[in-house]
Design a protein around this ligand. Structure first.
Ligand code: NAI
Length: 333
């Protein structure tokens, strides 16, 4: 039976890379019935909303979406469609596997770790206000419920994917109550997973350790702000945002999307790199239980990039998006 998957083209290079990704995913042989939904700046111009109710309802129905990047204005305008989606569907876990790809130049060759980020609270709760002119207060929310839920997610993920260790990241030496609660919740959950090693590390020390020797980490568990920053640092360990996938996952729905933006400078030119969307699609296939198709997709990406003959410009090559997609499809054939 075909899986029903919602796809959201998004803005900028979104439509090009999502279309390319659908073509390559279909070439793995997996049966997917694609249903389109819209989000982002383009649909906002047409309908007045960057996240129409129909889009949320459709993802809630299908349970799985592949999303292109959507544009958000800085410091003004509507709330980002991504934040809206996370809230509407309670996508509380942000997941980013970070794995070296043969042939992609980076400082390390064998990075293989997973960043699990709490997606719903912390300093990203959107609670900011002007106390008096010149003084702004931002409120960091930490609840035992959300901290426990994300810790469980990290341990369950570790167990399912045969990972050995979960490292919880915090600054509880300074933020004793807020980060203290996040740490304590993780410790409580860890007691139920004696098969998985558990440790904690202070976020600044983590940065040093990560850049010196990323192989000492396996699954990293972080609250929202640290998770946002550290997940980009980790992407840098394997070659940048163009070569990692990501997902926002809840109990009833999951949205898979590349972590890069809409790349307005190259949109519509046919030179964008769909690798990040494809790596998100690999995660999506695993989520759907399509392990063989996921492995074939990863294999094709590693083969083409490893050979180094067909690469898009951002990876130092000259290939167009079309040429890269054709090379991936040939590798899958
Ligand atoms: P960006 O990631 O769009 O672009 C940064 C640089 O990376 C640009 O030079 C761009 O050409 C290049 N780049 C990004 N993705 C690429 C790809 N797949 N292939 C080749 N080159 C690629 O970041 P920027 O400029 O900060 O953001 C632009 C817009 O994207 C903003 O409106 C922002 O809000 C939005 N954005 C959306 C995200 C999402 O929907 N998940 C995530 C990040 C940004």
């Amino acid at each position: 039976m075909a899986h029903k998957v919602t796809y959201i083209p998004g803005d900028g290079i979104g439509p090009e890379v999502v279309e390319a990704a659908r073509e390559v995913i279909d070439a793995t042989g997996v049966k997917i019935e694609w249903e389109r939904a819209d989000a982002g700046a383009e649909v906002e111009v047409r309908t007045g909303s960057n996240l129409p109710d129909a889009t949320i309802e459709q993802i809630a129905r299908s349970g799985v979406a592949l999303k292109g990047p959507t544009a958000t204005a800085v410091g003004r305008g509507s709330r980002s469609a991504n934040v809206g989606l996370r809230k509407a569907l309670d996508l509380y876990a942000n997941l980013r596997p970070v794995k070296s790809i043969p042939g992609i130049k980076s400082r390390y060759e064998n990075v293989d770790l997973v960043v699990v980020r709490e997606n719903t609270e912390g300093l990203y709760s959107g609670l900011e206000h002007i106390v008096v002119p010149g003084v702004v207060e931002a409120i960091k929310i930490v609840t035992e419920r959300a901290s426990t839920r994300i810790a469980r997610f990290a341990f369950e993920y570790a167990r399912r994917h045969k990972r050995k260790k979960v490292t919880v990241v915090h600054k509880a030496n300074i933020m004793k109550l807020s980060d203290g609660l996040f740490l304590e919740s993780a410790r409580n959950v860890a007691r139920n997973y004696s098969d998985i090693e558990f440790e904690d590390v202070i976020v600044d020390a983590l940065c040093t350790k990560l850049v010196l020797d990323p192989s000492q980490f396996d699954v990293l568990l972080l609250e929202n702000l640290y998770g946002d920053i550290i997940s980009d640092l980790c992407a840098g360990l394997v070659g940048g945002l163009g070569v990692v996938g990501g997902a926002n996952i809840g109990d009833t729905a999951a949205v898979f999307e590349a972590v890069h933006g809409t790349a307005p400078d190259i949109a519509g030119k046919g030179v964008a790199n769909p690798t990040a969307v494809l790596l998100s699609a690999e995660m999506m296939l695993l989520h759907l239980g399509e392990h063989e198709a996921a492995a074939r997709l990863r294999g094709a990406i590693e083969k083409v990039l490893g050979e180094g003959k067909v690469r898009t410009r951002d990876l130092g090559g000259t290939a167009t998006l079309r040429e890269y997609v054709d090379a991936l499809k040939a590798a899958l054939a």
